[in-house]
Write a protein that binds this ligand. Sequence first.
Ligand SMILES: Nc1ncnc2c1ncn2[C@@H]1O[C@H](COP(=O)(O)OP(=O)(O)OP(=O)(O)O)[C@@H](O)[C@H]1O
Length: 363
Amino acid sequence: MTDLRIEGLTKAYGPDHGGSTTPGTPRSSTGTTVLDGLSLDVPSGSLAAVLGPSGCGKTTLLRVIAGFLRADAGTVTVGGRTLTAPGTHVPPERRQIGIVPQEGALFPHLSAARNVAFGVTDRAARQRRAEEMLELVGLAGYGGRMPHELSGGQQQRVALARALAPAPALVLLDEPFNALDSALRAGVRADVRAALHATGATAVLVTHDQQEALSVADLVAVIHEGRVAQCGTPHDVYSRPASPWVAGFVGDAVLLPGTASNGTATTALGTIELRAPAEVPGNGTVILRPEQLRLTEPTGTTPSGTVTDVRYYGHDAVITLSVEGLERPVDVRVDGHLRLRPGDRTGLHPTGRATFHAGPPRH
Ligand SMILES: Nc1ncnc2c1ncn2[C@@H]1O[C@H](COP(=O)(O)OP(=O)(O)OP(=O)(O)O)[C@@H](O)[C@H]1O
């Protein structure tokens, strides 16, 4: 069992917190709190994506887990072994953590096989282990190549093989697909996911890309204001966002003012069934996804709107509508064949069930 448990992790940057010493950086006595009591559990063998906007502290979290940064408070344990706690700081090289950085960062003077073998301490097993790992990441036969003879995607696979070779307790991946173009990304992502699952490794992948998090991970942890705003399966996070902020960050959201009572909410688009009865009935925000709105012929009696924008994505399109009774425009996802133009009138009605949160949309 190598589950990762993080509890109450706090980290501030500043003169007293091991932060920036860049000349000219304003000095503060309190520092900037980046992680603010963050807690997260990743079960053994799962791949968790840590998802959040730029600057929310994802890299800081990874660096604290890896031991490159000291936490101000909180604990990190892997497989029951305490790595970080008040008075305890296991150095990075003794944490048994494999790291896949943003861009391979392979040793340029070593072949792919020697890069992979680098951290394997059992000399007799090195070569065989390197071959096994290269095969696992789909690069059997590439062991003799030097890093500059490999494509970006192949370099990232070698970096993963290198991280996995010493059979670490935990693997950390820091935006590992950033440098790859989008055509290559999907393939490398799928291979990385398969390799991680094949070894049964517990892994944390940092990303700001919600599609990547939803498509690759077993668990998605959304970071907001130094804490985990929501952690769940990709489906849970998408279909039951914990707040309007999470809904807007993870995918596109339709946020409607509404009044909830029992299991339904009344909105400008009619009465919508809720996934769960509102904890606090009354006024709040009803959250739907753009694919939950259907366009209909405008009848004059049902909700209707005017098309203000059409964005075509090939497999589908998103139509933005200005709707009577709603301050904000509403996005509707439709299949790519629909022919609507700005200025056209259309009826619309919600389908499926919504999530309700007491309070205004951007709470
Ligand atoms: N050494 C440092 N000294 C002071 N502030 C820092 C230092 N490193 C990071 N920060 C600040 O801490 C915050 C979090 O940075 P971090 O790199 O962890 O974010 P991130 O979520 O990984 O961002 P990105 O997605 O852009 O890489 C940012 O506001 C950043 O400016």
